[in-house]
Design a protein around this ligand. Structure first.
Ligand SMILES: [Zn+2]
Length: 80
């Protein structure tokens, strides 16, 4: 089990619109890689990285990229 940070993001599940608990995969802040310490992080425009979530309702796996604090979903894997 890895340690991660929790990212505050309003992005909901694209399949069922459930709220998601986003975890950081890799996060750079002001040019420095942030350590994963289960901290809750609010994105700002200096942040770059990746985050992911598993929807508790429909079990979809979702990954998103973070560019200048803006997030975009890159991967959505639905459970069959
Ligand atoms: Zn869902």
């Amino acid at each position: 089990m890895g340690v991660y940070n929790i990212i505050k993001s309003p992005i909901r599940c694209p399949i069922c619109n459930n709220r998601l608990r986003w975890q950081s995969k890799y996060l750079v802040y002001n040019g420095l890689v942030l350590a994963n310490t289960l901290t809750e992080i609010e994105l700002d425009k200096t942040m770059q990285g990746e985050m992911y979530a598993r929807c508790e309702q429909c079990e979809t796996w979702i990954e998103a990229e973070i560019h200048d604090g803006k997030t975009q979903i890159t991967t959505t894997i639905t459970k069959k």
